[in-house]
Design a protein around this ligand. Sequence first.
Ligand SMILES: [Zn+2]
Ligand SMILES: [Zn+2]
Length: 248
Amino acid sequence: MFLFDVCFDLDELARRNMHVHSHFSRCASGEMLLPDIVRAAERAGLTDIAVVDHSNLFKDVEVPAHNELLKAQRDALDTPVRVRIGSELSAWGVGKYSETPEVIRAMEYRLFAQNHYQMFYWEHPEEQTPRGYADHMLAVLTELFRTDFCDCVAHPIAPIKIRTIAEPARVLDCISDAALGDLLAAGEAAGSAWELHAGATLGFPAFARRFFNLGRELGVHFTFGTDAHSLAAIDPAPVLEQMKAVLA
Ligand SMILES: [Zn+2]
Ligand SMILES: [Zn+2]
């Protein structure tokens, strides 16, 4: 479901940081307590944030219970920042998700990662080549868009954690403009936005520009996220000018 209108203005998009981890994500800093996250968002002048802890197949991860705790903490705060409590869910294979449909549908904000290939349980393509990974990511997202689960795709298509091939960036050369356009349109039709992820934009600038320009032509929804694991990373300002230069 779309939370915001279509927007291509980076300054406006960056007033909503829709990818922040709390201390409940094992990779995030222990300083990421909700009241401190919200104060940092206020200082940065943000209007909206989404707190999206990892949901994966680890037994000690209890996203639904953690969401309830975070929502109670949020409701006790007095702040102009709109705070959504959700999850960075795992679409860890074609049609494979880390939570049940009931749990997913009950969440306030559902960001889906389709490319955490470093996780031991993640599905890999049979053919572990750039082409194999490109086709696998397209298949995972195409299947996800047959559901009503996804509000936004996290770091879309970025080959960030593929350790089984020598040059992961070559995965992006295997995705044609036609295939990327079809995927962007399918996401839009499914009510899913596309994340302009700070790290992925700066890490794969040529692809990020192609992705943003195609999305702009098609009129799809984008959201902004720094993937903050520390309080300092909640403010987009330090990366915003670099991102603008890449996406211009
Ligand atoms: Zn991620
Ligand atoms: Zn994340």
